[in-house]
Design a binder for this molecule. Structure first.
Ligand SMILES: [Zn+2]
Length: 132
């Protein structure tokens, strides 16, 4: 669904989180301190896979004025494979989203998707099977 050269570029931008080497927990967004270990925290930056699954979602029909073209859109609670749970827009049709579906992060603004008119920027997620 994306031009081939964009597929290559997007893999350079990974989701950066933190990892506590003391207890083995990943955090996203990144934290300076592990809340479990506190002073024993041994935090390092890591690149997360950006892959995960949908654990909850809602369909948003009421978009801001300048996002009219995008509605309705899907906001999902996504559990990354490393463990952190994040809330993100999931770029797919509302009827496509399912609990447990595999998703993958996309990064940075790289233009408009022709058919749906969606503008990608920041971190959003797409169904994994579509881009693999
Ligand atoms: Zn820790």
């Amino acid at each position: 669904m994306l031009p081939r050269f964009w597929r290559k570029i997007k893999y350079r931008y990974n989701l950066v989180g933190t990892y506590c080497e003391n207890c083995g927990t990943y955090y996203y967004p990144p934290r300076n301190l592990c809340p479990k270990c506190r002073r024993k925290s041994r935090i390092k930056e890591v690149q997360l896979s950006g892959k995960g699954k949908v654990i909850s979602y809602s369909i948003v029909h009421d978009a801001p004025e300048n996002f009219k073209m995008m509605k309705p859109y899907v906001v999902a609670l996504i559990q990354l494979d490393e463990g952190p749970v994040i809330t993100s827009q999931l770029v797919c049709k509302p009827e496509e989203v399912k609990i447990g579906m595999r998703v993958k992060a996309i990064f940075r603004k790289y233009g408009e998707e022709g058919e749906s008119g969606i503008i990608y920027y920041g971190t959003k997620f797409v169904p994994d099977e579509k881009i693999s």
